[in-house]
Write a protein that binds this ligand. Structure first.
Ligand code: SF4
Length: 332
């Protein structure tokens, strides 16, 4: 049986909206009261990532996938719900062993240039986590380890005295991966790690991530909007829409038997998706509704060609419709 590494239950993250002088206040029963509005970036998301998985989160921009990743690694404080790491609620894990969590959980960002300190040389960028987490005993071991990591991510050790701006985009992402690997993590959140890169080097970075996963037994949460990439790299996938997971399951199953109308339209709208067996005829219309004022009922109903009166009033719970395949839709 595989071990659970990360589990999120009913995770919520709301961001307060800054209101102007007039919309920020209202009169109620003769008293002046403050209006509060929130962007419900994630609104009750649950999933489990097993050790060794590459779990992909997909959806249109603004669906909450990046917020989910950032909330799990602790860059955002959650509004509600629970996160478990190795079976323990995150708050107790952090209380008992804060360094262990920071060492074990790393994030790779979309833009390697802005995620790397431009004033630090490659050596400093990679050796810093080694020192912070006391993973080397002296300078000699530190240097050996930096050389080993650089080789493992496909960088020439002779470039260790260079600054990030002296590298190409793909090489900078290799530095970012090397820095993330230095703390010997078990879990990496990769937020669109190849979408800012030149098309010609995307495959190289993907292959590198796969090789490193095998070598170090890594577990990934892979956030992406390119479905062909998701199909290639992940073994589990969750489709997000307006802060909710609408469909989730094994990657092969979701790609060959997509059920949710949103998943179908998403697959149809991206031309690079390959081997979706049935020709999908559903077309998506309209904009994603505002997460400040989400529609009642099913969040997808204003754009769904199958919406009924029930869909406008009730929100469908996510249910297991076949072993390991979950869908939130009244059609199933
Ligand atoms: Fe469409 Fe209704 Fe299913 Fe939502 S619940 S996806 S509106 S059919």
């Amino acid at each position: 049986m595989t071990d659970s590494l990360v589990k999120v239950e009913n995770l919520k993250k709301y961001f307060p909206v800054k209101l102007g002088m007039f919309e920020g206040w209202r009169f109620e029963n003769g008293k002046l009261k403050r209006n509060r509005l929130f962007v419900k970036a994630i609104d009750g998301v649950s999933f489990e990532i097993m050790k060794g998985d590459t779990f992909a989160l997909v959806g249109e921009s603004g669906c909450g996938k990046t917020t989910t990743g950032r909330t799990i690694v602790g860059l955002y404080k959650r509004t509600g719900g629970e996160i478990y790491f190795k079976g323990k609620p995150i708050d107790s894990f952090l209380k008992e062993n804060p360094r262990d969590f920071k060492r074990n959980v790393q994030m790779i960002f979309q833009d390697p240039y802005s995620s790397l300190n431009p004033r630090m040389k490659v050596y400093q960028l990679i050796s810093e986590p080694l020192r912070v987490h006391k993973l080397v005993k002296d300078k000699k071991e530190e240097r050996e380890k930096v050389i080993e990591i650089m080789k493992n991510v496909g960088l020439e050790p002779e470039y260790m005295s260079r600054y990030p701006h002296q590298f190409s985009g793909g090489q900078r992402q290799r530095i970012a991966i090397g820095r993330a690997l230095a703390s010997e993590p078990e879990f990496i959140v990769a937020d669109e790690p190849i979408s800012a890169l030149d098309v010609s080097i995307r495959a190289q970075i993907l292959n590198l991530m796969e090789d490193l996963q095998e070598k170090y037994g890594l577990t990934y949460l892979f956030i992406a909007h390119d479905l062909s990439v998701v199909r290639h790299i992940s073994n589990k996938v969750a489709v997000m829409y307006l802060g909710h997971i609408v469909e989730m399951g094994d990657t092969d199953e979701i790609f060959t038997h997509p059920l949710h109308p949103y998943t179908k339209t998403l697959f149809e709208s991206i031309p690079s998706v390959e081997k979706v067996k049935q020709p999908l005829k559903v077309t998506i219309e309209g904009e994603v509704p505002s997460p400040i004022n989400p529609p009642p009922g099913c969040p997808f109903h204003p754009r769904c060609p199958h919406a009924t009166e029930r869909c406008k009033k009730e929100r469908p719970e996510i249910k297991e419709v076949s072993p390991g395949h979950y869908v939130a839709c009244f059609l199933y």
